[in-house]
Ligand binder design. Sequence first.
Ligand SMILES: *Cc1c(COP(=O)(O)O)cnc(C)c1O
Length: 375
Amino acid sequence: MKKIQMVDLPSQYQHIKETVDASIQEVLNSATYINGPYVKEFQADLEKYLDVKHVIPCANGTDALQIAMMGLGLEQGDEVITVDFTFAATVEVIGLLKLTPVLVDVEADTFNMNIDALKRAITPKTKAIVPVHLFGQCANMEAIMQIANEHNLYVIEDNAQAIGADYTFSNGTKKKSGTIGNVGTTSFFPSKNLGCYGDGGAIFTNDDQLAHTLRGMVNHGMYKRYYHDVVGVNSRLDSIQAAVLKTKLPLLDSYCDARRKAAEYYSNAFASNPNIITPVTSDFTTHVFHQYTLQITNGKRDELHKHLLDNNIPNAIYYPVPLHAQKAYQDDRYNEDDFTVTNQLIDTVISLPMHTELEDEQLEFITKTVLDFVG
Ligand SMILES: *Cc1c(COP(=O)(O)O)cnc(C)c1O
């Protein structure tokens, strides 16, 4: 059996090696390292794939969030609501921009933003909501957009984990995740569903004016060369990464299918076990399984984590500490009672190997090892 990896990037690369190598070689030969043709081509391809008017490539998913918030003109003291259960980048940029993060709890089954908690968190100072489409499925965007419209708030979708997911509104309209709010952001970190071979990110919007603002902001606030209208940043997707992404984008849907197939194998195997809760997908979204995350309800999650490692099965706890309890983000404003679900999830969740190259033999070994232990 092939060695099991949490994310098997070397095997995935072997399938696309010829095309990727040739495109990287082309960048080297032409020395178009920055803003070369591949950056523009990938941008156009992604706009088409997402059916969104503007994609603004940038250096990574964290920058994408920061620049989106700068572009919307959020200012010191503005409250930005996001979830307690996510990767820290989301709240990090809120802090960096001296905005006020307001963390809310998530739903126990989907791990996404709890709508009642969102409603309770809104104050006259609230300016924006940042739903995170965690582990590969969309948050309840219809409810979030309705609340945002009622209160005149911006919505920034952190789509780093769900690129390729489809959202269906109650009237039947479909949209790609990340294209529903005022602005969406993503990351092309190598292990993300659409990953490059270094760092990369992008911002999406249908708003022409905002897109113009963002394009200048990623490039030192320049709208005309050497004329700096606003304080910007230097955040670019380099041409080599764009070349990799242009090759991989046409494969994204098949990558999502491969992940879904592995998830289905896992969920079928674990379906009848009373100590395991398998991932639940909301009806309004497809799931692209950035992570396949179980909840272990018999108190033995940590032991299972070690047992799997002893059997050479990589696995991870996403996330071990809620953001409200992280040293950098602790605040007297937070009340433990407001985070009952997150506080429980950090003790029960475990993510199994999930990638595009999982083989049945490996899935069989992983599920058997989990079930033998959990009982
Ligand atoms: C990965 C990730 C980010 C940050 O992306 P980088 O490219 O690593 O900066 C932001 N938000 C979420 C939810 C992520 O998973």
